[in-house]
Design a protein around this ligand. Structure first.
Ligand code: BDR
Ligand code: CA
Length: 313
C-alpha cells in the first residue's frame, strides 16, 4: 500500500507534537503534505511557530507549515496554558525555528490541495479545534466529497469532559465548527477521551522513550514530564493521557483501535453542556450514524509503535 496523503491540522501542544513526530517517523505509511496551524491550546502565533519547532526537531524542514484561523468561528478563543505551559510546548528547551512559515493561509492550502489531488485521496487529521476544517468546508463546499476521511481527536462519551464537566477541549473551543464538520457528510473517525484517557504515559513508558537516547525521544520525554504534573494531579492516575498521537497511530495501525459507527451530534446551545459530543453509543435514537467513534485501544501496542517510530527520527 502506498503511504496515505494527509494534512495535519493542529494547535501544538506537547501531545500534538507527539502526533506530528509519529507521522514524520512513519514515511512508509504516511505522506505528510503539510501542517495547518489553528488557535487552540495557545494562540495562533505560538501554534504555527510550535509546528515549525517540531518539524525542525525531527529534521524535516521540507514539510510546509501554514497559519490558519486565529479565533473560533463565532466565540472568543479559550486556551489551555494551564496544561501546556506558556509556550504550548513547555518542557524541553527547543530553539526557535529557522524554517519559514508559508505565505498561504492554512484554509486556502486545505482547499487547494483537495481540489488539486484526485478525489478521496487526502485524509484530514485535526488535532485541535475544528475552525480551519469548518471554514474550508464553508468556503468551498465542493471539497466535502473530495476528502477521503477526517480522522480527529476530540469529544467524549463515557469520559464526558475535560475542560468542562460535559465537554472535551477541542470541541468546546469551537462547537459551531465541530457542528459543521459532523454534519458535513464526510467520512469521520473520532478518537475521543474514551480512548485517549487509556493511553497513559506511565514512568516505565517515559523511561522506554529515554532509553532510546535520541534528541527526539529525549525532547518528547521532557514534554511529557512537563504536562504530567498537571494531568496526574487532576486525574490521580500514574501517568497523563497522550491524546493526539492516537490519530496518527490509527492511520498507521488501525487494528490497535475499536469502536462503533454511530450518530454524533454537537451541543451548541446549552451553556451548561456547550461542546458536548452527544454520541448515540447504545443506538437509542433513529438518528443516522455519521462517525466511527472509537472506544478502546491496545495501549501497549500504541506505546511500542510510538517509541519505535520516534526513535527512527
Ligand atoms: C485535546 O486538547 C488539547 O489540550 C490537546 O492537545 C488535545 O488535542 C485533548 O482534550
Ligand atoms: Ca491538540
Amino acid at each position: 500500500m502506498p503511504p496515505k496523503d494527509i494534512i495535519i491540522d493542529t494547535d501544538p501542544g506537547q501531545d500534538d507534537a507527539a502526533a506530528i513526530l509519529l507521522a514524520l517517523g512513519s514515511p512508509d505509511e504516511i505522506n505528510l503534505l503539510g501542517i495547518t496551524a489553528v488557535a487552540g491550546n495557545v494562540p495562533l502565533a505560538l501554534t504555527q511557530k510550535n509546528a515549525r519547532i517540531v518539524c525542525e526537531l525531527a529534521g524535516k524542514t521540507n514539510v510546509p507549515v501554514f497559519a490558519g484561523c486565529d479565533a473560533p468561528l463565532v466565540r472568543k478563543l479559550v486556551t489551555a496554558e494551564h496544561v501546556h505551559g506558556k509556550t504550548g510546548l513547555d518542557g524541553p528547551a527547543l530553539p526557535d525555528p529557522d524554517m519559514s512559515l508559508q505565505d498561504q493561509h492554512g484554509v486556502d492550502f486545505i482547499i487547494e490541495t483537495l481540489r488539486a489531488r484526485p478525489v478521496e485521496t487526502v485524509t484530514l487529521c485535526p488535532l485541535g479545534p475544528l475552525t480551519n476544517i469548518a471554514t474550508a468546508l464553508q468556503r468551498a463546499p465542493d471539497i466535502a466529497e473530495r476528502i477521503q476521511e477526517i480522522v480527529l481527536m476530540g469529544g467524549a462519551y463515557f469520559e464526558v469532559g475535560n475542560i468542562t464537566p460535559a465537554a472535551e477541549f477541542n470541541i468546546y473551543v469551537d462547537p459551531e465548527a465541530a457542528d459543521i464538520v459532523f454534519k458535513s457528510g464526510v467520512k469521520i473517525t473520532v478518537l475521543p477521551l474514551d480512548v485517549t484517557h487509556k493511553v497513559l504515559v506511565t514512568p516505565e513508558r517515559i523511561n522506554a522513550l529515554r532509553a532510546q537516547a535520541t534528541p527526539v525521544c529525549d525532547a518528547m520525554a521532557d514534554m511529557v514530564d512537563f504536562f504530567e504534573r498537571f494531568d496526574t494531579g487532576k486525574y490521580g492516575s500514574d501517568g497523563a493521557p497522550l491524546h493526539d498521537p492516537c490519530v496518527t497511530a490509527y492511520l498507521i495501525k488501525p487494528e490497535l483501535f475499536s469502536g462503533r459507527f454511530i450518530n454524533v451530534e454537537i451541543e451548541t446551545l446549552s451553556e451548561l453542556t456547550l461542546g458536548m459530543t452527544v454520541a448515540d453509543w447504545w443506538g437509542v435514537t433513529d438518528r443516522a450514524p455519521n462517525a466511527k467513534f472509537m472506544g478502546d485501544v491496545d495501549v501497549q501496542g500504541f506505546f511500542n509503535l510510538l517509541t519505535e517510530r520516534l526513535a527512527r527520527l
